[in-house]
Design a protein around this ligand. Sequence first.
Ligand SMILES: Nc1ncnc2c1ncn2[C@@H]1O[C@H](COP(=O)(O)OP(=O)(O)O)[C@@H](O)[C@H]1O
Ligand SMILES: [Mg+2]
Length: 265
Amino acid sequence: MRRHEWVPLEVIIKKSKLPEKDVLYRLKRLNKFGFINRSIYGYAVSFAGYDALAINALYKKGILKAIGNKLGVGKEGDVYLVLLNNDKETVLKFHKHGKTCFTRGKRYREYLADKHHISWLYVSRLSAETEYKILNELFPLVKIPEPIAWNRHAIILGKVNGEELKRIDLSKFMSKEEINNLFWNIFEEIKKAYKIGYIHGDLSEFNILFDGEDFVIIDWPQAIYKEHPEADFYLKRDIENLVRYFKKYKINLPSVDELIQKIKE
Ligand SMILES: Nc1ncnc2c1ncn2[C@@H]1O[C@H](COP(=O)(O)OP(=O)(O)O)[C@@H](O)[C@H]1O
Ligand SMILES: [Mg+2]
């Protein structure tokens, strides 16, 4: 699929080194399971098929033992609770670009300038790889999920307790002073990430999990390096989102520009 959007049957027969009738039999079964799609041009792996390949690889490596409930369906992918071979409960996040929304996928076009067709498969894999690499650079210095493993478009992350800030009304159980402290603690993490070199790029109340005491900043695939030409734009947007959320609780905060100044100093 690196070369074709739809892989012609002849190519599959050649690559598989199997007789045509065996290839047809297997393709039919894969199609029945929903692991591949078919068109007049040939065959293509489906998201379910790509999921199965990643799960199989993580299982064979002796990392993954069992898959549990779906935790959330995010903008770009699905997150499941999983059990590792060492009995640790963690999460498996599948990156799925091009499934429902392509806006973030656009950001990958610069990597793909030399490719004729932008395959969702390639973009999803690249996105998972990028998030895994960035998490490795930031963990454990910044409060983010622990990166555990990566295969294709899937990454395994430490399980974080709590819910998205979006779904919590802080004023119900926290004083203004405590909410103010929470803001500054989150701000401190953004500052640390910036010092290491990264701007989150999609920071909002959807990507901060909070359990009533502690928080973790999730969802880093679109993070950009601070030397990126558009870095200031994304940093400003992140800070604006954070300030907008906390302003709801009527706490006193410096201006966005002052906060950006503090991050850069
Ligand atoms: N490490 C984690 N621990 C627990 N829940 C998580 C974790 N990572 C993601 N989730 C859940 O899955 C949802 C989607 O994950 P996220 O990384 O934000 O991806 P998306 O790009 O789809 O928004 C989150 O809002 C959260 O509810
Ligand atoms: Mg998210």
